[in-house]
Design a protein around this ligand. Structure first.
Ligand code: NAP
Length: 309
């Protein structure tokens, strides 16, 4: 394992020949940068996109072994279809796709608040359904927003934030859910005797399409703040993808959280970083797991994993 001081970089990725990786939301931003790096190191990368045409256009820019498959995380039927079409081993699943700061309350096909539904529940279902195939690890991309001002929490009594919706509140809830999911997933994998590991990462601030809603926000302050943050803090996606890549290929303790080592974790080389108290609470993590199982109709595939262990 490289240390932060050695400034881990893309060229430190070990040879990935023979490994298969799925990256969600891979047609743009950090997902595409993740695909480029892993395919560049020899992996076969399955680039998932909700719009296959956008996925194919992105894949055409990547040298190496890549293929495109459709996956809309805001639609559980699409998640099930993708998983049902998977055959054989999958070394690494990277839960990267995300939406942020949707200005007005919006629901997924299944009636979940869009950010919680896409960023957390879609990936939750996908992971449970693919786990019998996964041999090495699951990496989930969270965000510094999980500890944004206002002490983000999971609103178990009002997950859709009906009547109290605020774009950042919804995004922070979903990113906190990503970390609680990783914690409980790793606990369950360990209990089942599985060698599979669950890890999380966050990119700091990176120039991508994620801030498109913030940039078009009706509030001037939000628009100006977003542009300023992009200009002052954001790094290129190749740099922002480093924590995800580090979590995907390095030998790290289970449930680790990787982020940039610079001031405020906005940019820098990947290193292990801390998480909020809310994101470290095993009781909330278990409760979120149970609720997510009920909402998605998917369950941790304990029997399949125990048989494999
Ligand atoms: N950029 C940052 O500074 C930053 C900071 C902290 C965390 N993150 C996290 O990094 C991850 C990647 O974001 P990014 O910055 O690379 O943003 P991005 O450029 O907007 O990429 C997000 C990807 O997610 C996909 N996506 C959105 N909704 C989807 C759905 N329903 N089903 C499947 N895919 C969907 C998008 O597809 P379309 O092109 O079709 O919309 C796109 O490919 C997210 O989880 C985000 O929360 C980013």
């Amino acid at each position: 394992m490289a240390t932060a001081s050695s400034k881990w970089k893309i060229t430190d990725i070990p040879d990935q020949t023979g490994r298969t990786v799925v990256v969600t939301g891979a047609n743009s931003g950090l997902g595409l940068a993740t695909v480029e790096a892993l395919a560049g190191a020899g992996a076969h990368v399955v680039l998932t996109a909700r719009d296959v045409k956008r996925g194919e256009a992105a894949a055409a820019t990547v040298p190496g072994s890549v293929e495109v498959r459709r996956l809309d995380l805001a639609d559980l039927a699409s998640v099930r279809e993708f998983a049902a079409g998977w055959h054989g081993d999958l070394d690494v699943l990277i839960n990267n796709a995300g939406v942020m700061n949707i200005p007005k309350p919006t629901l997924t096909k299944d009636g979940f608040e869009m950010q919680f539904g896409t960023n957390h529940l879609g990936h939750f279902a996908l992971t449970n359904l693919l786990l019998p195939h996964i041999t090495d690890r699951v990496v989930t991309v969270s965000s510094g927003a999980h500890k944004a001002p206002g002490s983000p929490r999971i609103h178990f009594d009002n997950r859709n934030l009906t009547g109290e919706y605020a774009p950042m509140k919804a995004y922070s809830q979903s990113k906190l859910a990503n970390l609680l999911f990783t914690l409980e997933l790793h606990r369950r994998l360990t209990e089942a005797g599985s060698p599979v590991c669950a890890l999380a990462a966050h990119p700091g601030a990176a120039k991508s399409n994620l801030s498109r809603h913030s940039m078009q926000d009706s509030r001037v302050l939000m628009r100006v703040g977003s542009r300023l943050a992009q200009w002052l803090l954001a790094q290129e996606t190749q740099a922002g993808a480093l924590p995800t890549l580090y979590a995907a290929v390095e030998d790290l303790p289970g449930a680790s959280y990787v982020g940039p080592d610079g001031f405020g974790e906005f940019r820098g080389a990947p290193t292990l970083v801390g998480r909020s108290k809310a994101a470290s609470d095993p009781t909330t993590a278990r409760r979120l797991w149970t609720v997510s199982e009920e909402l998605t109709g998917t369950a941790f595939p304990e029997q399949a994993l125990t048989a494999r262990a």
